[in-house]
Design a protein around this ligand. Structure first.
Ligand code: ZN
Length: 197
């Protein structure tokens, strides 16, 4: 078994423990029963250094998931999705996400998409949207979550936020970084989010 595979197996186990600890996740979706190892190649980005240096404070429940994510970071297929015109150069240096499980994830699933995202302190992720419904869960650090038609929430470890289909939402960090574990369900799982026009 490769080191990458062993680290991802540990991460998947930590993610399942996280799922079992958060009722909001269990209500959002069943744990997938179609997971298979996809063996995707690593795509390093500068976000790895920022995440490693400043992963943000976890709580007792989220610490094992945060540490499993840190161990996996060098082997993950990091994505940036947006252009410098859309989000700016600093954002692209200190942001990144990867797909743990899903149609194009390290583990393949057609039932759900599980992604991990990181933002360094002082970043603003503007209004964006996507077809699948979404549940954010905060693993470490903190962020302010804005959703059209709903109250703005500042969330730390263990906090959750639901985003309906195609409902524009945004987030920002202030003095802390933000590490999140995100679930998608419904149609359009393989598409990327897009900035709201
Ligand atoms: Zn979203």
């Amino acid at each position: 078994m490769t080191t990458a595979r062993a680290t991802f197996d540990k991460l998947l186990a930590a993610a399942h423990e996280w799922y079992m600890a958060l009722p909001a996740m269990q209500e959002f979706a069943d744990w997938p029963d179609d997971l298979t190892w996809a063996g995707r190649p690593p795509v390093p980005q500068s976000v790895i250094a920022h995440l490693t240096k400043d992963p943000g404070t976890a709580n007792d429940t989220s610490r094992s998931l945060r540490d499993a994510l840190l161990a996996t970071a060098p082997f993950a297929e990091w994505r940036l999705t947006y252009t410098e015109d859309e989000v700016g150069c600093d954002f692209l240096k200190r942001f990144g996400w990867f797909e743990l499980a899903g149609p194009t994830g390290h583990f393949h699933s057609q039932q759900i998409r599980m992604t991990v995202g990181y933002w360094g302190p002082g970043l603003d992720y503007g209004r964006h949207q996507h077809e699948p419904e979404e549940l954010y869960t905060i693993v470490s650090g903190a962020g302010e979550f804005r959703l059209d038609g709903a109250e703005t929430l500042t969330l730390g470890p263990g906090g959750t936020r639901f985003h309906p289909s195609e409902q524009p939402h945004a987030l920002s960090t202030s003095d802390k970084p933000l590490l999140v574990f995100v679930l998608w369900r419904g149609d359009g799982l393989a598409a990327d989010p897009r900035m709201t026009a």
